[in-house]
Design a protein around this ligand. Structure first.
Ligand code: P1T
Length: 380
């Protein structure tokens, strides 16, 4: 079955008792047993729930993964993965990652003895140079949040395989409709399903997929032991979102490319970061490993913080809000909003300056979106 068909059918057989064609919301915390230990496959909903099972099976299939685990949020997925490491283990990650990911590295896991080195993973030499005997995990976002940097996933996967290191790719910005890291050699694929997968800005969730039975068993144990699971209704909303993922991504990509091209010629714009543009330094690698530029664009306005603040406050259709990947367009200021947890010196060194704006291009009509940005940029 092709991707679009699997999105609608895998894990979603009509319900056996009634024939309901939509997986029901099994809103239950526990399951009756016939005798102690004798049950129908479910004991307690932290451990497993049929609605969550359907989501895990379907999303695993879309990521070309044999196994999938759903979590209460993207950060719950990330934290659970990090719990698989031990004190003294070392992690190499992209230097540009979601602010919350940086925060859990720096402010939480470091206290528990994990060590982190952040490098520009678009350079394979930089990744190689950062590896240590204690390196257990390489953590890549491609494209990165918020600067849309691109990493050659297959090249990093080869390096990791040679050294026996696990590679995890946070695929949130692409979704499996555009990029499937396991097919490129990654060991684990991670998502904030809050974004494109849920797709409607009405649910928070996370996911990890893998083809390694060993990693799956470790993470499944930790999913239950640490308990960061999604409720049945959240799993159901996410599964509903998946059904239209491929359709939505086509529009996100088409509109974002047009807006990125238009912004590149705008007099109030200093530069545009979008991997779908031929001028992006990672464009060739991105085009090889993904089938579209996605819906997120970052750009720098001329005039500094005040100008950026005015633009962000002036859009009407682009809501000023954190997050991305929903049907509605969003605009945000990374330095003040999503990446405030990154110390200012690090932000500045990486290029997350006060004039950087990030937009998530939704599926509204392109001309309405362009007109909204045009009137907002007039305030810059
Ligand atoms: O918000 P949550 O579902 O916990 O997911 C965290 C997360 C993980 N990975 C990436 C690449 C992300 O972008 C996020 C969340 N990001 C935002 C909320 C944001 O506005 O960038």
């Amino acid at each position: 079955m092709r991707f679009q068909t699997r999105a609608i059918h895998v894990g979603q057989e009509p319900e056996s008792k009634t024939g309901a064609v939509v997986v029901p919301i099994f809103q239950t915390s526990t399951y009756a047993q016939a005798a102690p230990g004798v049950h129908k496959g479910h004991e307690y909903s932290r451990t497993s729930n049929p609605t969550r099972d359907a989501l895990q099976e379907c999303l695993a299939s879309l990521e070309s993964a044999r196994h999938g685990l759903a979590f209460a949020s993207g950060m719950a997925a990330s934290s659970t993965l990090l719990l698989a490491l031990s004190s003294g283990d070392h992690v190499v990650s992209s230097d540009d990652v979601y602010g919350g990911t940086f925060r859990v590295f720096d402010k939480v896991m470091r206290r528990h003895g994990l060590e982190f080195t952040q490098v520009d993973t678009s350079s394979i030499d930089a990744v190689r140079a950062a590896l240590r005997p204690a390196t257990k995990l390489v953590w890549v976002e491609s494209p990165t949040n918020p600067l849309l940097g691109i990493t050659d996933i297959a090249a990093v996967a080869t390096l990791c395989r040679e050294r026996g290191i696990t590679l995890v790719v946070d695929n949130t910005f692409m979704s499996p409709a555009l990029q499937r890291p396991l097919e490129l050699g990654a060991d684990l694929v991670l998502h904030s399903t809050t974004k494109y997968i849920g797709g409607h800005s009405d649910v928070v969730g996370g996911f990890i997929g893998t083809n390694s039975a060993e990693w799956h068993e470790r993470l499944k144990f930790l999913q239950n032991a640490a308990g960061g699971v999604p409720g049945p209704f959240d799993a159901w909303l996410t599964l509903r979102g998946l059904k239209t993922l491929a359709l939505r991504m086509e529009t996100h990509c088409r509109s974002a490319l047009q807006i990125a091209e238009w912004l590149s010629t705008h007099e109030r714009v200093e530069n545009v970061l979008y991997p779908g543009l031929a001028t992006h330094p990672g464009h060739a690698v991105h085009a090889r490993q993904a089938s579209g530029g996605g819906g997120v664009i970052s750009f720098r306005v001329k005039g500094g913080l005040d100008a950026a603040r005015r633009v962000c406050s002036a859009t009407k259709l682009f809501f000023l809000a954190e997050s991305l990947g929903g049907v509605e367009s969003l605009i945000e200021h990374p330095a003040i909003m999503t990446h405030a947890s990154v110390p200012v010196e690090q932000r500045t060194a990486r290029g997350i300056g006060d004039n950087l704006i990030r937009i998530s291009v939704g599926i509204e009509h392109l001309e309405d979106l362009r007109a909204d940005l045009a009137q907002a940029l007039a305030h810059a």
